[in-house]
Design a protein. Structure first.
Ligand SMILES: Nc1ncnc2c1ncn2[C@@H]1O[C@H](COP(=O)(O)OP(=O)(O)OP(=O)(O)O)[C@@H](O)[C@H]1O
Ligand SMILES: [Mg+2]
Lengths: 258, 266
C-alpha cells in the first residue's frame, strides 16, 4: 500500500520534471529561428474552424441562461436596469473565458494529444528527430502559438455571441433595443475588465496547446496510449485552466480592484 | 556481354574502393544496453566499413533495433564504445548530434511516413527542414528524381493512407535517400511484404549502395534479402553476435542457431 503511494508520487514528480524539461526545450526552440509559418497558419485555421461552432453555441446559451436566471433577483432588488451590466461583467470577466477555454480543452487539447500521440506511436516523431529535422519546432511551437492566439480570439467572439444571447432573452420580457442594450453593456465595461480577461485567455490557450503537445509527445508506444494521451490532455488542461484562473483572479484583484 | 560488362565494372571499382575500403565508419565495442527490468545488449562489437552492406540476423526481441537506435543516439548505451565517423555518439551535444544525423539515413520498419502530408511533401520535408534548401526548382528536381528511382513517380500527390504497404516502404526509402546519407540503417526493410516486392526492395537497396556508395546496416529476417544485399552477415543472439562471415560462409556453419536461419530457406 505505502509502496504504491510512493511510486505514485514518484511518477507524479517525474512527470513534473519531464514537463519542465519539455518546457525549456520548447522555449529554446522559439528562439532558434526558422519559424514554421505555413504550419502555424494551418493550425490556426484548424483550431479556429474546429471550435468556432461549439464556442458560439455554448456562449449563446450561457448569455441567454444567465439573463433568465439573474432577472428575478435583480427585479426583486429593483435593479432590473442593471441586467445588461451584470451580464456583461460576469460574462467578460469570467464565464466567457473559462467556458471557451474548457471547450477548447475538450476539443483542441484532445485532438493535439491524439494527433501527436499517434505520430509518436507510428514513429513519425522519431523519424523527424532522427532525420536531423526539428519536430519540436515544426509540431510543438506552431501548435502552442496557434492555441495561444486562437483561444483568446475564440473567447472574444464567444463573449460577443453570449451578449447577443443575453439580448434575446432580455428582449422577450423587457423590450429593449439592440443598440441601447449594447451601449449599456459596453459602457459598463472598462479597461480593468477587458485586459485581464484577454491576458488570462492567452495563458489558457498556452496551457491547452502545451499540455496537448506534451501528452502526445510523451505518450508510450502502443495503440492504447493514443487514447490515454488524448484523455489525460483534456483532464490536465482543464485542471490547469482552473489553476490559472484562480491565480489570475488574485493578480487582477490586487492590481485593479483596490 | 552484360555479364562481362558487370565484371569489368567491378574490376574498375576496385582501385577506387581499395583506397577507402578500410575506413571504418561505425565502430562499436562492448556495447551494453539494459532497460529497467532486463538486459538487452550484452556485448555488441562490430566495425562497419565504408561502402559495405552489413546484414544483422537475429530472432525477434534480441535487440537488433536497439542496436541501430544507439547508433543514431535515440538510445544511450549503458557501457561500451560507440563511434560514428570517429565521433563518440554519447558525448555529442544537440547540435553535433543533429549534424551527425544528417549523414545517417534511418529507414523505419513501418516506413514512418508523415501521414498528414502527401508523398511530395514527405520528400520535401528533409530537403527544406534539414538541408534548408530554398530553390523550389531544385527541390522539385530532386523529389522527382528520387521518386523515379523507387518507381513511384505517379504516386507523387497521394497521401500515405492511399498507398499499399510496399509503396509506403519505397516512399520511406526515397525519403531517407533524398538527402544522400553516407550511412543507411534499414530496420527490416522487407518484413511483411510479398516475395516479389521484397525482392524489388532488396535490389533497390543494392542499387542505392552502388549508386551513392553508402555504407549500410540491414536488419532482416528475410534470407532472400540477406542473400541479395549482404557483403557480410552477423548473427545476433541474446545480446551478442555469435557468428560473422559472408552469406556463403555462414550457410556452411554448423552452429545450431545460425543453421536454423539458413535452413528455413532450403
Ligand atoms: N525503449 C524501450 N524501453 C524498454 N524496453 C525496450 C525499449 N526498446 C526495446 N526494448 C526491449 O528490448 C528488447 C529488444 O528489442 P528490439 O526492438 O531491439 O528487438 P528486435 O531484435 O529489433 O526484434 P524484432 O525483430 O521483433 O524487431 C525487447 O525485449 C524490448 O522489449
Ligand atoms: Mg526491431
Amino acid at each position: 500500500m505505502a509502496e504504491q503511494a510512493i511510486t505514485g508520487w514518484r511518477k507524479w514528480a517525474e512527470g513534473i520534471g519531464e514537463q519542465c524539461i519539455f518546457f525549456s526545450r520548447f522555449f529554446r526552440n522559439i528562439f532558434t529561428g526558422g519559424f514554421e509559418w505555413s504550419e502555424f497558419v494551418r493550425q490556426c485555421y484548424e483550431i479556429g474552424y474546429r471550435s468556432m461552432m461549439l464556442v458560439g453555441i455554448t456562449s449563446f446559451i450561457m448569455g441567454l441562461v444567465l439573463i433568465v436566471q439573474l432577472r428575478p433577483s435583480l427585479v426583486e432588488l429593483g435593479a432590473a436596469s442593471m441586467l445588461p451590466k451584470t451580464l456583461a461583467v460576469s460574462l467578460i470577466r469570467e464565464i466567457g473565458p473559462v467556458i471557451t477555454a474548457i471547450i477548447c480543452a475538450g476539443k483542441i487539447a484532445s485532438s493535439i494529444g491524439a494527433e501527436l500521440g499517434s505520430m509518436k506511436v507510428t514513429e513519425q516523431i522519431d523519424a523527424m528527430e532522427v532525420s536531423g529535422a526539428n519536430p519540436l519546432q515544426y509540431l510543438v511551437v506552431t501548435r502552442v502559438f496557434a492555441t495561444s492566439i486562437m483561444v483568446p480570439l475564440l473567447a472574444i467572439i464567444g463573449d460577443v455571441i453570449g451578449l447577443f444571447g443575453g439580448f434575446l432573452a432580455l428582449n422577450i420580457t423587457d423590450n429593449i433595443s439592440l443598440s441601447l442594450y449594447f451601449t449599456k453593456c459596453i459602457s459598463s465595461l472598462d479597461f480593468s475588465d477587458l485586459l485581464p480577461a484577454v491576458v488570462k485567455t492567452v495563458f489558457f490557450g498556452f496551457a491547452i496547446g502545451f499540455v496537448g503537445c506534451y501528452k502526445g509527445y510523451h505518450s508510450n508506444k502502443g495503440t492504447e496510449s493514443v487514447g490515454i494521451a488524448a484523455n489525460s490532455a483534456v483532464v490536465t488542461a482543464s485542471l490547469w485552466i482552473f489553476v490559472i484562473d484562480a491565480i489570475a483572479v488574485q493578480i487582477t484583484s490586487l492590481l485593479f480592484y483596490h | 556481354m552484360k555479364a562481362a560488362d558487370q565484371h569489368n565494372e567491378t574490376k574498375k571499382q576496385i582501385p577506387a574502393k581499395a583506397k577507402k575500403q578500410d575506413e571504418v565508419v561505425i565502430h562499436a565495442k562492448g556495447l551494453k544496453k539494459g532497460f529497467v527490468d532486463k538486459e538487452v545488449l550484452r556485448d555488441i562489437t562490430f566495425d562497419l566499413k565504408r561502402g559495405e552492406n552489413m546484414v544483422i540476423l537475429g530472432k525477434s526481441g534480441q535487440g537488433k533495433s536497439v542496436t541501430i537506435q544507439c547508433i543514431v543516439g535515440m538510445l544511450k548505451p549503458n557501457a561500451g564504445e560507440l563511434t560514428v565517423f570517429g565521433e563518440k555518439v554519447a558525448e555529442l551535444n544537440d547540435e553535433e548530434l543533429k549534424q551527425l544525423r544528417i549523414k545517417i539515413g534511418f529507414l523505419f520498419q513501418s516506413g514512418a511516413l508523415y501521414d498528414s502530408m502527401t508523398v511530395r511533401e514527405n520528400l520535401e520535408f528533409p530537403l527544406t527542414r534539414v538541408l534548408k534548401l530554398n530553390d523550389q526548382q531544385e527541390i522539385d528536381k530532386r523529389v522527382e528524381e528520387v521518386l523515379d528511382g523507387v518507381g513511384l513517380l505517379d504516386a507523387i500527390d497521394k497521401l500515405p493512407s492511399d498507398l499499399s504497404g510496399g509503396m509506403r516502404k519505397r516512399v520511406g526509402l526515397a525519403r531517407t535517400m533524398i538527402v544522400k546519407p553516407e550511412i543507411m540503417l534499414y530496420d527490416e526493410p522487407t518484413t511483411g511484404l510479398d516475395p516479389i516486392t521484397s525482392r524489388e526492395i532488396s535490389e533497390l537497396i543494392l542499387h542505392l549502395q552502388e549508386k551513392y556508395k553508402t555504407s549500410s546496416v540491414i536488419i532482416t529476417h528475410d534470407m532472400e534479402c540477406a542473400r541479395i544485399t549482404a557483403d557480410r552477415v552477423l548473427v545476433m543472439d541474446n545480446g551478442e553476435f555469435i557468428a560473422e562471415g559472408s552469406f556463403k560462409e555462414l550457410q556452411k556453419s554448423d552452429n545450431k542457431i545460425v543453421r536454423s536461419f539458413f535452413n528455413q530457406e532450403i
